[in-house]
Write a protein that binds this ligand. Structure first.
Ligand SMILES: Cc1cc2nc3c(=O)[nH]c(=O)nc-3n(C[C@H](O)[C@H](O)[C@H](O)COP(=O)(O)O)c2cc1C
Length: 187
């Protein structure tokens, strides 16, 4: 899949089939995650791949809103990737904690690679961190940043509408709109 098709195809998917994912595909997703930039190349994060059905069921219970479709999706998809990081292994500049940035970039690389392989994903951030630590035996110095189910898409969906370009892209200074006329891409 071409890069911009991957970008276009990535959506938060919450309905999955249980078909297994081959190891070579998982390896490519992991390789993509490991290519991400990180603070001083410290890769403060670790990615835990969870295939075990019992553990996925337990992880599903860590989703804060139990009616959230994301909770069910973790049970249904054959794989959940959990990203955790030790803040001490990354930097802090003016209170900006870069372990979150390291993790987010790596996770998005992983998600885009999964998309390129034809799979659905959904970033799940509203989770009970202590429960996730318990389920996966994660040491207490690691923060749980996010998890995503990965699997064949059972039900696709339209993209959520995004904001108008003029509301979030500026040119040269604050609030000077980079207008839609200047941007050839309509969305
Ligand atoms: C930091 C972050 C946390 C999120 N947490 C959740 C979550 O807990 N549950 C969920 O269903 N979706 C979650 N999402 C997915 C967003 O709801 C989704 O990205 C957004 O609605 C835009 O839709 P799209 O991903 O299809 O473009 C999260 C996304 C981000 C970036």
């Amino acid at each position: 899949m071409q890069f911009y098709d991957v970008i276009e195809n990535r959506k938060s998917i919450r309905k999955f089939r249980g078909t297994n994912i081959s190891k070579d595909k998982i390896d490519r997703m992991i390789t993509a995650a490991m290519m991400a930039p990180s603070w001083k190349n410290q890769t403060s994060y670790k990615i835990i791949l969870v295939e075990d059905k019992h553990k996925r069921d337990e992880l599903s219970n860590t989703v804060m809103n139990k009616t959230d479709e994301a909770a069910q999706s973790i049970k249904d998809a054959p794989l959940t990737a959990v990203i955790v990081a030790d803040p001490k292994h990354s930097g802090v500049v003016e209170e900006r904690e870069y372990y979150l940035v390291d993790s987010a970039i790596a996770m998005e690389h992983f998600i885009l690679a999964a998309t390129a392989e034809g799979y659905g994903t959904c970033w799940v951030g509203a989770l009970d961190e202590d429960k996730v630590r318990q389920v996966l035996d994660i040491p207490s110095n690691y923060r749980v940043v996010a998890m995503t189910p990965v699997g064949e898409i059972e039900e696709d969906k339209e993209h959520y509408p995004k904001k108008d370009i003029k509301d979030y892209v500026f040119l040269d200074s604050w609030n000077k709109s980079y207008t839609e006329e200047m941007c050839k891409i309509k969305h």
